[in-house]
Design a protein around this ligand. Structure first.
Ligand SMILES: NC(=O)c1ccc[n+]([C@@H]2O[C@H](COP(=O)([O-])OP(=O)(O)OC[C@H]3O[C@@H](n4cnc5c(N)ncnc54)[C@H](OP(=O)(O)O)[C@@H]3O)[C@@H](O)[C@H]2O)c1
Length: 223
């Protein structure tokens, strides 16, 4: 396919480069076409560089790696009509680590109600059917149990209990991060209900680094 990227940074190189390597015709787009050409030369596999407008014209599928809507950097969004645009963007980070939650979490409400206690969020991201498994069997599936709130000692207690039940505990930090764990609960329930599969589970797993870097490694970028 004809693939384009808006932007020439880390994600553009990672996704555009990977797709060029698997045989797609890739054009990198930049505010500075010289920069896009340099990236294309580095990536190889007959990829090209150009302006973001040239990419909008050229590509059937565009990988949008700019944290701004396309009308702010394109002369016209018309060439994108009927085309697929993959939005890989995330909000500014860290969002949850600066003490400004997205919404008042249930944990925060329970903690305010029980100021003498240590309220911990856990077990909200898996359906009860998951608990039918014996811990030994469940452990093999690598299901994460996110543990947020209270203080480290109370999280440690809950993490051990989660482990006994067969889960892989993931320390998520204090109550200020519990809103994200609650969103993860909404996330997994949305997929469960959409697919009518109650044994869908969440997993956070660290993988080893690649033996050789296809992307050229993470570089300082705009974000
Ligand atoms: N890096 C990751 O591991 C990762 C993983 C998942 C998602 N994301 C998300 O993916 C997006 C891109 O991340 P990244 O790491 O690739 O960032 P990056 O290396 O900074 O690249 C972003 C590119 O956007 C372009 N750009 C920046 N400001 C622009 C503007 N105002 N108008 C037009 N183009 C602009 C720049 O391209 P030119 O200078 O060539 O115009 C830059 O190369 C972010 O939203 C990030 O949250 C990143």
């Amino acid at each position: 396919m004809k693939i384009g990227t808006f932007g020439t940074g880390n994600m553009a190189r990672a996704i555009g480069g990977g797709l060029a390597q698997s045989g797609h015709s890739v054009m990198f787009g930049s505010r500075d076409p010289g920069k896009a050409t340099a990236v294309a030369t580095e990536i190889g596999h007959e990829s090209q560089g150009g302006t973001n407008d040239a990419v909008a014209q050229f590509a059937e599928v565009i990988v949008h790696t700019v944290r701004a809507v396309p009308s702010t950097f394109l002369a016209s969004t018309e060439p994108l009509a009927g085309k697929t645009v993959i939005d890989v963007n995330n909000r500014d980070f860290p969002r949850a680590l600066d003490g400004e939650p997205l919404f008042p979490s249930l944990v925060a409400q329970n903690q305010a109600d029980l100021p003498q206690s240590f309220v911990i969020k856990c077990f909200n991201t898996m359906a009860m059917e998951v608990f039918d498994h014996e811990p030994e069997a469940l452990r093999n599936f690598g299901v994460s149990a996110f543990v947020a709130g209270g203080q480290p000692e109370s999280r440690e207690v809950v993490a051990r209990l989660a482990e006994e039940l067969g889960f892989h505990p993931v320390d998520f930090g204090g109550a200020e991060n519990a809103d994200v764990v609650e969103i993860q609960g909404d996330f997994i329930r949305t997929v469960m209900f959409a697919q009518k599969k109650f044994l869908l589970t969440s997993q956070v797993r660290e993988i080893p680094p690649a033996s050789t870097s296809r992307t050229g490694g993470r570089r300082p970028g705009s974000y």
